[in-house]
Design a protein around this ligand. Structure first.
Ligand code: URA
Length: 212
């Protein structure tokens, strides 16, 4: 897996306010949205394109447009939904599929509870959205799920990642032949004994949607 830390002053600025426990939910949502749009720019560097002939008012020329089938954006429920609008601003013609994976808080393992994906992802480029790469269990499971359906190029977009999670995903996807990329706003210090990223930003789902 290729790991790309999108270090840019605007990303670091927005992340700082996201981390701040005084940031309220509406502001958190807006910042997450803006941050994802910046990360999406980095994440789509290798999006597949096809030459496309057009005429400007002055002369014919060749440009490019997104190849078909269009990329599939897959937010991991629930917190990944908070990243969907920001991603779709950059890829408005992408399709969207939903995957519900939740973490068992005792075993910290991922379990699939919802799948609204196309049945066949043959040769599809997929962008997986999940704000926090913590233990890595959810992301590994999501990548495996998409590859088993035929996806042949997967980019995970996360706001923050823990080194332990990155290592686990690296290990667990090592046998997958397709290119796998991780784009993150930052790599934090570590996980604590509850599986939270330190310093992190707390529970991303709760901060996006309130505690339920
Ligand atoms: N999920 C979160 O929302 N936050 C963490 O720190 C780890 C997992």
């Amino acid at each position: 897996m290729r790991v790309h830390v999108a270090d840019h002053p605007l990303i670091a600025h927005k992340l700082t306010y996201l981390r701040d426990k005084r940031t309220d939910t509406p502001t958190f949502r807006r910042l997450a949205d803006e941050l994802v749009t910046l990360l999406a720019y980095e994440a789509t560097r290798e999006v597949r394109v096809t030459p496309f002939n057009i005429e400007t008012p002055v002369a014919p020329t060749q440009g490019i447009h997104l190849s078909s089938p269009k990329p599939l954006v897959v937010p991991i429920l629930r917190a990944g939904l908070g990243m969907l609008d920001g991603m779709m601003k950059m890829l408005p013609t992408a399709e969207v599929g939903f995957l519900g994976l939740e973490r068992n808080e005792e075993t910290l393992e991922a379990r699939t509870y919802a799948n609204r994906l196309p049945e066949d992802l043959d040769k599809r480029q997929c962008y997986v959205l999940d704000p926090m790469l913590a233990t890595g269990g959810t992301l590994s499971a999501a990548i495996r799920f998409l590859v088993d359906l035929g996806a042949d190029d997967i980019t995970a977009v996360v706001l923050l990642a823990a080194p332990e999670g990155i290592e686990r995903v690296q290990r667990e996807v090592a046998d997958i032949g397709a290119p796998i990329t991780l784009v993150t706003g930052a790599i934090d210090e570590r996980l604590n004994d509850k599986g939270y990223i330190v310093p992190g930003l707390g529970d991303a789902g709760d901060r996006l949607y309130g505690v339920v």
